[in-house]
Write a protein that binds this ligand. Structure first.
Ligand code: PLP
Length: 453
């Protein structure tokens, strides 16, 4: 009998998260204050994050205990399954062994609740009653909405106006879980009103929505702000993916030659890959770790490594990362979660030091791969996850050429059941294969303040 699915017993779910910070080849450059350009300390972040999360952000402890309440909440959908993709291997006629960790089993349909639950918990612990956040297509807003319903907290989500109207699916799921969704720009904040005064018909942007969520949060003592990717504490929470996968691969009697994930802010890739990177950094194994991004937003493959703001308007601390420039406006890809100008500083450092490889793929070939995958494995990948799937097929074909039985592991970060319009456009032959002229990158980089060495 074939083991299509490798499950961990509930009591084998990890009770600690892994923090890669102490194992990095060199220390991270500190985040800088947006106004003074000086390194920031914990107190600078206290108006927007609870101290529990700030301490994790700056922690150099390798292992961080998962609180019982978070373990309890994780148990609703974790441990998540690991699958062996026998039918995909057959379809590709490859000697490679392909495995995938499936994070689409959470109520929100992606890996994002792994950090949303932890963030809601630490805020609640410190007496915070209400969170604010922004969302583009709604993945993060809906995941945090579910987490806030679990911990009885209020949530206000500023959702980019075009998506609020055109992509109602995730907004409605978040509203079912009790969150308040406001189309951004709104007349609720001063910043939103100033944008609307200039242009009442503006489609909005993620940068505007971040500014509104931050303004709302600092106005009220009972509120804090929450971010779904990029920051160190998010990478820590997502490590549960790779820690589980390592145990499951051991049950399967294999160890990956290649680990693959799609990269937006970097959290689902880091979640799967960092526990394997730990082995690689310790010199015990040497897997290839491959982060995959869209050619339309090629942060890891074409952007410079330097300080930049995390948001479009230059309000957040500056992070040392690969960046296309905070004013960079990516094409309207179906993989909305991969349209970010920067990337997690920890992922950036590991790319810079050669521990992680990066690849860029166009969305047409990714939907091709996603359809091949769905027809062999059943699950319909999110357009973001489709980037990982395409890279897996490339690696499986290389294994075939080499005649080698390579072991490939990837993260299927979410399902695509709320992204069917992307598949519809694919079948209609209407998907755009966006190319990105160098001048667009140069222009956004030209808007950056000079680098202070
Ligand atoms: C948000 C999202 C991503 C991209 O975010 P990362 O922080 O890079 O993981 C990828 N896949 C899915 C399904 C998402 O919802």
């Amino acid at each position: 009998m074939k083991d299509y699915r490798i499950d961990l017993p509930h009591d084998a779910m990890p009770d600690k998260w892994y923090n890669i910070a102490p194992d990095l080849p060199r220390p991270l450059a500190p985040p800088l204050h947006p106004g003074t350009g000086e390194p920031i300390g914990p107190d600078d972040l206290a108006p927007i994050f609870p101290m529990g999360l700030i301490m994790q952000e700056m922690s150099s402890d390798r292992w961080i205990e998962i609180p019982d309440e978070v373990i309890d909440a994780y148990r609703r959908y974790r441990p998540s399954p690991l699958y062996r993709a026998y039918r995909l291997e057959q379809a590709l006629d490859t000697p490679a062994h392909v495995y995938y960790k499936y994070e689409g089993v959470s109520p929100a349909g992606s890996h994002k609740p792994n950090t949303a639950l932890a963030q809601a918990y630490y805020n609640k612990q410190e007496g915070v009653k209400r969170l604010t956040t922004e969302t583009g297509a709604g993945q993060w807003g809906s995941a945090l909405a579910w987490a806030c319903s679990i911990f009885d907290m209020e949530l206000t989500v500023y959702m980019v106006r075009v998506s609020y109207d055109a992509k109602p699916g995730r907004r409605i799921t978040g509203q079912v879980w009790g969150a308040d969704f406001i189309p951004s720009p709104s007349d609720v904040t001063e910043f939103g009103r100033s944008i609307l005064a200039q242009d009442p018909d503006t489609p909005g942007s993620l940068g505007i929505a971040i500014s509104e969520a931050l303004e709302d949060c600092v106005q009220r003592d009972d509120s804090r702000y929450s971010l779904g990717s990029v920051l160190n504490h998010v990478m820590i929470h997502q490590s549960i993916i790779g820690l589980e996968a390592k145990q499951q691969m051991e049950i399967a009697g294999e160890y990956p030659d290649v680990v693959i994930g799609c990269v937006g802010g970097g959290s689902n890739f880091a979640g799967l890959a960092f526990p394997f990177a730990a082995d690689k950094l310790a010199g015990t194994t040497n897997p290839r770790l491959v982060g995959v991004e869209p050619t339309a937003c090629p942060t890891l493959t074409r952007a410079p490594y330097r300080y930049d703001f995390g948001d479009t308007n230059g309000m957040t601390p500056m992070l040392f990362m690969y960046t296309l420039g905070h004013t960079f406006m990516p094409a309207p890809l179906h993989a909305g979660g991969l349209r970010y100008h920067g990337v997690a500083p920890e992922v950036a450092l590991l790319v810079d030091t050669g521990v992680i490889e990066a690849a860029a793929l166009n969305q047409v070939e990714c939907f091709d791969a996603a359809v091949t995958f769905a027809r062999s494995e059943g699950w319909i990948p999110a357009p973001e996850s489709a980037h990982a799937v395409r890279q897996v097929i490339i690696e499986a074909e290389k294994a075939k050429e080499a005649g080698e039985e390579r072991v490939i592991l990837f993260n299927l970060s979410g399902h695509g059941l709320l992204d069917l319009s992307g598949y519809e456009a694919y079948f209609a032959g209407q998907l755009v294969d966006y190319s990105l002229p160098q001048e667009n990158i140069d222009k956004a980089l030209g808007d950056l303040p000079p680098i202070k060495e």
